[in-house]
Design a protein around this ligand. Structure first.
Ligand SMILES: Nc1ncnc2c1ncn2[C@@H]1O[C@H](COP(=O)(O)OP(=O)(O)O)[C@@H](O)[C@H]1O
Ligand SMILES: [Mg+2]
Length: 382
């Protein structure tokens, strides 16, 4: 078993922090790079560097001693990753995969080219062009690059909405009648072995277009669960490179499965795997980085993950309701160590385990009724 390796992460947010929490069980070094000097990984990384994730020189310097280079956010310089790969480092995800995924247009085209079902779409360069595609309305307009957590996505209900639409390179996608949004995480090693987790059901918060909570297993028939695992596995096979792929799916009202988008990194929809599975998404990623055998993905319990996003206002975060949540039999709060809470900012999450769907509903209700991240005191404006 090879240990004593150095992993250089690009990004130092909560995904990196949870990756490090698990990696600390082994003698591996994990360095993190982030523009924010007080990012969630700052106090946990073996070495923490501050720098821009599009600054090639900063990235090359950060990863100079590393054996493996990973990401915890897609918005990083692909050119820098290509240079690091050319130096002989193991770069996961592969720069080619990341280049495709960073651009929602190339990503949709990739699904088309590989026969992977996805909602009908066109690529446009300007707002004006949308008038030629009224047949795709009502639809969703998505910035090809730079969007995250719903911020680069807007519904276009009819031609009247075009005046206020994004003006630039975008994907216009037909509205799908979604019965349920699902996510399946697939892990692929260097030799092409793959394992998949059970599909999880994502429940959105319409206020912020963020995942409010998710539950596993999803409340779908076994054949739909199997079909969604198979479809996600096909996506990872098509990318044909080692790493972790979080595949977001739409289960339509007519029972069809469509791929919405894929993240080539650990994902919000896999946080429950820390407590609910033998090998978590973070453990699997470490295994892939290190060339170790893949782990067991089976779900040991019903589980839910409730995101804790900042309530209105900004300031030093304070968690209200923790006592009630800690009194539940299997509740696991995770606070990401962000120094400032802001309206709608992801500050942490709570995972709850329960023996049945009903018990899980109760636990979700308790967390949602009591747990709040609020600003403790306002920041002084300079
Ligand atoms: N074609 C579509 N039909 C219906 N809902 C959609 C469609 N595209 C996106 N959405 C909704 O918008 C959300 C955000 O879109 P997504 O492409 O996943 O962007 P993001 O990168 O912000 O996660 C989806 O999770 C879904 O709720
Ligand atoms: Mg999404």
């Amino acid at each position: 078993m090879s240990t004593n390796r150095t992993i250089a992460l690009l990004g130092g947010g909560q995904l990196g922090r949870m990756f490090i929490e698990n990696a600390l069980r082994y003698p591996v070094r994990v360095d993190a790079l982030d523009p924010d000097k007080s990012a969630p990984c700052a106090d946990l990384a073996t070495r923490f560097n501050t720098g821009d994730l599009y600054d090639e020189a900063a990235i090359l310097c950060h990863a100079a001693d590393a054996d493996v280079v990973g990401i915890e956010i897609e918005h990083v310089s692909v050119a820098a990753l290509e240079r690091l790969q050319a130096q002989g480092k193991r770069v996961i995800p592969s720069p080619g995969v990341l280049r495709t995924i960073q651009d929602k247009g190339l990503q949709k085209q990739f699904y088309m080219d590989h026969g992977i079902p996805t909602a009908p779409f066109v690529l446009v360069d300007t707002r004006e062009e949308l008038h030629h595609h009224a047949d795709l309305l009502p639809g969703f307009l998505k910035l090809r690059t730079g969007g995250y957590d719903g911020k680069g996505v807007m519904p276009i209900r009819s031609v009247e909405d075009i005046a206020g639409a994004f003006d630039g390179p975008c994907v216009l996608e037909r509205h799908t009648d979604v019965a349920m949004e699902l996510a399946v995480i697939v892990v692929r090693d260097e030799a092409g072995h793959q394992v998949t987790y059970d599909p999880v059901e994502m429940v959105f918060d319409p206020r912020y277009n963020l995942v409010d909570h998710l539950r596993a297993p999803a409340r779908i028939p076994d054949r739909t669960a199997n079909a969604s695992r198979e479809l996600a596995a096909r996506v990872a096979e098509a990318f044909d490179a080692p790493g972790i792929y979080a595949v977001e799916l739409f289960l339509t009202t007519t029972g069809e499965l469509l791929v919405n988008e894929t993240a080539p990194r650990a994902h919000n929809s896999g946080h429950h795997t820390i407590e609910a599975c033998n090998s978590s998404q973070f453990d699997q990623l470490l295994r892939v980085y290190m060339g170790w055998p893949l782990g067991d993905t089976s779900l040991r319990s019903h589980a839910a993950m409730i995101n804790l996003v900042g309530e209105d206002g900004r300031g030093t975060p304070q968690l209200d309701g923790a006592d009630t949540v800690l009194a539940l039999p299997a509740a696991y709060p995770h606070l990401y160590g962000k120094k400032e809470t802001r309206t709608g900012r992801k500050m942490g999450h709570v995972t709850v385990l329960a023996p049945s769907h009903d018990e899980l509903d109760k636990a979700i209700g308790t967390v949602k009724a009591h747990c709040r991240v609020v600003p403790a005191r306002p920041l002084t404006i300079e």
